[in-house]
Write a protein that binds this ligand. Structure first.
Ligand SMILES: *Cc1c(COP(=O)(O)O)cnc(C)c1O
Length: 710
């Protein structure tokens, strides 16, 4: 079974990092020891921001190297999220900035510097730095390897060091000193998106590669050594009085390298809403510094709340966490999307889908394009949700059964080619044109009608090699040539469908090989006559798994993409490579006792022999739960145990026997397909019990089921 992504101690460290940032801006130890405060706020606290960059690196920058499409999607969604936060933060800090007297005499050029480098309040530089850093790395990742980028980012960091804690060494060097002085007109610090962010973003991206490589004690020794080095470096630079600023140290890089890996190895601590709270503490704490001052002044407690550095720090810390937590709760409520798991729903496991895509792509020859079948609402999974998710994984070709399925995808913004495998009525031809859909030519007669439409239509030519369902017969060369000659048809592809590729018995194998041969013979004949051969395809799921050697331009994969095959047996033999994408769940509506000789459900079909405990669950045949599972034929899972279906499955409800399963109550989750603790019911098991194949079960899931992406 796949586990949820493990973030180790990263989440807990976010809070610690936020506290360090507050320390950095309140200098808690100044009342006690200046050296101590320098150590805490100018050295130790300097791990916080690089840590945040590395988290972004690990979860965002890594995706730049997966595929072109996923890189772009990831960048855009990250930029959107961070820009929004930045805008909100800017709005919050305009009044604070006015109060602090920051915005007197601003030129247009100051506005540019503040917006893109310095931030509109001192700590907000982090947001433009993240935006610039990730965008720069995205651009570089289009034509550079991770290694090359890391070297360049390393050089940039060194350049930055000399504008930061090593400034004294170059300040008076001819030319260089002047160059830096000029640069500081554009940005006040080198601690920004150009010089500091890139190396830590990339270091984060490297982290998944180092994940289990080093033993924990080596990492601990590493981090201690590096951090001692950084401490020595900091104090030395301070005593030499060369620091212009104190954010960037040479030893900060090895310190972060080891620290981050230790965090990844730590046991995760579950903290509610920790990510958002940490972000808001970061954004809000300077405002809380101001609030603390105002409170101090108005209550005449300045001596205690402001001048005592430790109390000041603790007050700001408390106020920051309180306000952030309240805000996150409030935003959570505002954002509270309609609750989707009230009655009966499908959970989509995106990770499983991604694994299946990867597995199938590896199975196919390199230049063969995966063209998922998302017909019948993506086999019940939800066509729009699945296709959009596939878009982000780099998939850019789809097939559907009907023109309206294609239109729905286009209207929701699905990118790529969409091939309609079935028949489209001539009255709907305008939709093909308007929504850039590819139509299958189902035979010669249909080609004539398509050609008469008048506008040029892009089509794939269906060829019948033995299934005798759709497609022009492969031996009708003359008719096929006439289709190729039709002026209004742009033939982008040609395909056949294998009708017995699921069975590897001798008879079926011979039949399938004959189908393949006939298709290629046709291709050769057309070539000999002088036609340009369009893109070819013939494999569906079983075609890919049983005949992987066929190297075509596309593979039309349906059922396997959803992590299963048609039968229980086949699903079992591929279970190591394919992970089920969907779970089906419902709720307990009511629990009651059934006395001996009482009946449950319609038609006196079930009579209790003994006293039993029964539960009514919120799913029925209108949702796609087959009525053939009535009266003990089917089971569901509750609290990790199997509960048989009793009586007849109704349209909206089903009754199950929960005798012997303790603590069943209204509102409990019932698993119809999927895992509950250590028990599991697969779609294939359910299909077998219902006397059909998984394809039918999945594609009949009703529109009333809500689809939730996990
Ligand atoms: C549905 C369909 C597919 C996909 O089939 P799977 O067996 O689910 O992979 C491929 N080609 C055609 C013509 C189809 O109708």
């Amino acid at each position: 079974m796949r586990t949820k992504q493990n973030y180790g101690g990263l989440d807990a460290f976010r809070l610690l990092a936020a506290i360090l940032v507050i320390a950095n801006h309140t200098s808690p130890l100044t009342s006690i020891s200046l050296d101590g405060d320098f150590f805490l706020t100018r050295i130790l606290a300097r791990v916080a921001v690089p840590f945040f960059f590395m988290v972004t690196g690990q979860f965002v920058i890594t995706k730049f190297f997966v595929s072109k499409e996923s890189a772009k999607a990831e960048l855009l969604s990250y930029l959107k999220k961070v820009s929004l936060l930045y805008i909100i933060a800017i709005l919050i800090y305009i009044p604070v900035g006015i109060y602090a007297g920051h915005y007197q005499k601003l030129s247009l050029y100051d506005v540019f510097r503040i917006l893109f480098f310095d931030g509109t309040f001192y700590h907000l530089w982090y947001f433009p730095a993240s935006l610039i850093g990730t965008t720069m790395l995205y651009i570089c990742s289009r034509f550079m390897s991770l290694q090359k980028m890391t070297i360049i980012a390393g050089i940039l960091y060194c350049v930055g060091l000399f504008g930061d804690s090593y400034f004294g060494f170059i300040q008076n060097v001819p030319v260089i000193g002047v160059v830096y002085a000029c640069a500081f007109q554009i940005f006040s610090y080198t601690r920004n998106g150009l010089f500091m962010a890139p190396i830590f973003l990339l270091l984060g991206a490297w982290m998944s590669k180092f994940k289990w490589k080093y033993k924990k004690n080596i990492l601990v020794i590493g981090v201690i050594t590096a951090f001692l080095g950084m401490t020595a470096e900091g104090f030395l630079l301070r005593s030499l009085k060369v620091q212009r600023h104190d954010s960037m140290y040479l030893m900060l890089i090895p310190t972060m390298f080891f620290l981050y890996q230790i965090l990844m190895k730590c046991k995760p601590i579950q903290l509610p809403r920790v990510r958002l709270v940490a972000t808001w503490v970061y954004i809000l704490h300077p405002a809380m510094i101001v609030v603390t001052r105002i409170i101090g002044k108005s209550l005449n407690l300045s001596k205690l709340l402001v001048e005592n550095s430790i109390i000041n720090f603790l007050t700001v810390l408390t106020l920051s966490f309180l306000s952030s937590y309240l805000l996150v709760l409030l935003i959570g409520d505002l954002n509270n999307k309609q609750f989707q798991k009230g009655r009966a729903w499908i959970e989509i496991h995106k990770n499983a889908l991604e694994q299946n895509v990867k597995f199938l792509q590896e199975k196919l020859p390199k230049d063969c394009i995966l063209m998922p079948a998302v017909k019948a609402n993506a086999y019940g999974h939800g066509a729009v949700m699945i296709s959009k998710a596939l878009n982000t994984m780099g998939v850019r070709a789809f097939c559907v059964a009907s023109v309206m399925e294609g239109v729905e995808l286009r209207k929701s913004g699905v990118k790529g080619e969409i091939l309609i495998l079935g028949y489209t009525h001539p009255k709907q031809f305008s939709l093909l044109w308007r929504y850039r859909l590819l139509q299958t030519v189902v035979d010669y007669e249909y080609a004539v009608i398509l050609n008469q439409y008048g506008k040029k239509l892009h089509v794939h030519l269906g060829v019948d090699t033995g299934m005798h369902r759709l497609g022009e017969r492969s031996e009708n060369i003359a008719r096929l040539c006439m289709i190729f000659d039709m002026p209004n048809l742009v033939i982008d592809g040609m395909f056949t469908h294998l009708s017995a590729a699921d069975c590897m018995k001798t008879k079926e194998q011979i039949f399938t090989k004959r189908q393949i041969e006939e298709f290629y013979q046709l291709v050769e004949s057309l070539k000999d006559i002088g036609y340009t051969i369009p893109k070819l395809h013939m494999q569906s799921s079983y075609g890919v798994l049983n005949y992987p050697q066929i190297g075509n331009d596309y593979a039309r994969v349906g059922i396997a993409l959803y992590g299963m095959l048609s039968t229980k047996e086949d699903t079992k033999s591929w279970e190591d490579s394919l992970s089920p994408v969907l779970s089906l769940k419902a709720r307990v509506a009511s629990v009651r006792t059934l006395h001996p000789n009482e009946s449950a459900g319609y038609g006196l079909a079930y009579i209790a022999e003994r006293e039993m405990s029964i539960a009514t669950i919120t799913i029925g045949y209108a949702d796609g739960l087959p009525r053939s599972l009535s009266n003990g034929a089917g089971e569901v899972l509750i609290h990790g145990k199997r509960a048989p279906i009793i009586g007849r499955v109704c349209m909206d409800l089903t009754i199950i026997d929960v005798s012997g399963i303790s603590h069943v109550k209204e509102g409990d989750t019932v698993v119809i397909i999927g895992r509950s603790e250590n028990e599991m019911i697969s779609a294939a098991e359910l299909a077998e019990k219902a006397g059909t194949i998984t394809n039918e079960i999945l594609s009949r899931f009703g529109s009333r089921l809500e689809r939730v992406m996990k």
